[in-house]
Ligand binder design. Structure first.
Ligand SMILES: Nc1ncnc2c1ncn2[C@@H]1O[C@H](COP(=O)(O)OP(=O)(O)OP(=O)(O)O)[C@@H](O)[C@H]1O
Length: 468
């Protein structure tokens, strides 16, 4: 059975459905200018300035978006350059500039690559997969694993967009995608989640004998031995031994406890690492609100609604039932919100994330299932309704539950993509959550600013300032 990014086992498969990639990112990638059509408030107007900021940042040598090289200088095939420019990219980001020459060199070498959220890691590994595939051979040659179906679908949309001028064939290894009875997948690149991938390889639906690239996105999560690590290792152990397979691990975070395993998993890898104080991007302004009680958190969230819908926002809860409860209550009170978590069936999950991606829903209430990787440029606010916590089952004393720093960094990284501005708001409501937030502040080295729950005008002002 497949464990998902929330750490739960997935429910029994629903009826088979084909899963098309989400709408291609091309249009949103050009500049932030194309995202917003109506400038109804100053806050929205501020997102219009973002493309200027983006160009400035790419010119600034200290920015993770900066590079001294052009895409032409990175040794990519003409057809891929066409795909890149068609997506609206003009210059590589720092991780792309540094990683691509190492990833594309021959003989292929493994890579452990780290770069802040929203800085373009996907393009680095997607271009590597597309570069290494022999399109005349109709067999799987590159496999990419991600922790959630939502992220697998998003990665696929990048493969399809970047490979638009190549004859690449792709297939998903996500639940309920391939109809029963499929015998022999001939696609070049397979993107999926580890449980389904294991199952399809084991049943010989996917023949891995020609695989030469194996990518783990959100690698620290994929290798976590309390979570997806076991399944990921199973996939690796089924890969051919007759020829070398290039192993590529990417994430914004690599906590010490998975680094050792990562080094074993991808031996002799080229490494691009971040220092601890560089982990989160500086363009996300972090706030907290001091709520009076658990119940008060709900009232505060509702009072924020008009700010949540100015752009798009994601509200993170620790548990699925909280996400459901809040969204049902808000809906009953006339607010328009959607909820997404791992207990929903595959087709429903696809519909919800696609509607959110297309801007049909503005507020998404969710769990850690989409804490990582999801790239929706219009998201300018993230609310940690519950702070992310390390597995409570591992702690005897509930008062001692530690915050999950990595998940925090990934959650707030759903906003502030590729140099854009974003806001995160943490709800704290008692001594314990207060102390957890202090630990987050200490670990990330970033100050989290208080906003009064009663002072919504000031908050709106602060938010406008933060987004300017
Ligand atoms: N060179 C570029 N020029 C312009 N936009 C880019 C470039 N590279 C990537 N982007 C855009 O930046 C956004 C973030 O990229 P991506 O999703 O790959 O980030 P990431 O580093 O994988 O983040 P995370 O750690 O959250 O998974 C995407 O919308 C992507 O299309």
């Amino acid at each position: 059975m497949e464990k998902d990014a929330e750490g739960f086992y997935a429910p029994a498969p629903a009826e088979a459905s084909s899963s098309t990639p989400p709408p291609p990112p091309a249009a949103e990638l050009t500049t932030a200018k194309t995202e917003v059509t109506e400038a109804t408030t100053d806050l929205i107007k501020s997102t219009f300035d973002v493309s200027v900021t983006l160009a400035d940042q790419q010119a600034n040598p200290t920015s993770p978006l900066h590079s001294v090289k052009t895409f032409e200088e990175l040794g990519l095939h003409q057809d891929l350059l066409k795909g890149i420019y068609d997506m609206g990219f003009s210059k590589p980001s720092k991780i792309q500039e540094r990683a691509l020459p190492l990833l594309l060199a021959n003989p292929p070498q493994n890579m452990i690559g780290q770069s802040q959220s929203g800085t373009g890691k996907t393009a680095a590994f997607v271009l590597t997969m597309l570069s290494r595939v022999d399109f005349s051979l109709n067999k799987p040659q590159a496999i990419c694993l991600a922790p959630s179906r939502e992220l697998a679908r998003q990665i696929m949309s990048v493969v399809v967009a970047m490979g638009k001028f190549t004859p690449v064939q792709t297939e998903y290894a996500i639940k309920d995608n391939l109809p029963r009875g499929t015998t022999n997948v001939t696609a070049h690149i397979i993107v999926g989640t580890p449980g389904t991938m294991t199952d399809l390889i084991r049943r010989k639906v996917i023949d891995v004998s020609e695989v030469k690239v194996f990518v783990l996105d959100e690698a620290d999560n994929m290798l976590d031995q309390d979570g997806l690590g076991e399944q990921t290792l199973r996939v690796k152990n089924m890969l051919p031994r007759s020829h070398p397979v290039q192993i590529i691990l990417f994430s914004a975070t690599f906590p010490d406890n998975v680094r050792n395993f990562a080094n074993k998993f991808a031996p002799n890898a080229n490494k691009i690492e971040l220092k601890r104080n560089e982990l989160s991007v500086t363009n996300i302004r972090q706030f907290y609100m001091d709520c009076k009680s658990e119940e008060h958190k709900y009232d505060v969230l509702v009072s924020l609604y008009h700010l949540l819908v100015i752009g798009q926002s994601i509200i993170f809860c620790q548990h699925r039932h909280t996400a459901d409860r809040i969204s049902q209550r808000m809906t009953a009170e006339g607010h328009k919100v959607a909820s997404l978590h791992g207990a929903k069936d595959a087709q429903e999950r696809d519909t919800i994330i696609d509607r959110f991606r297309e801007g049909k829903e503005k507020v998404l209430i969710t769990t850690n299932v989409i804490a990582r990787g999801i790239d929706i440029l219009q998201v300018n606010m993230v609310v940690n309704y519950d702070l992310p916590l390390l597995n409570e089952r591992d702690h005897g004393n509930r008062n001692d539950v530690r915050p999950d720093i990595e998940t925090y960094i990934h959650r707030i990284g759903r906003t502030g993509r590729f140099g854009r501005k974003g806001i995160s708001v943490n709800f704290v409501h008692d001594k314990r959550t207060w102390s957890q937030m202090e630990q987050i502040e200490q670990a990330t080295g970033k100050h989290i600013v208080r906003i009064q729950t009663t002072d919504l005008d000031t908050m709106e002002e602060q938010m406008k300032k933060a987004l300017k």
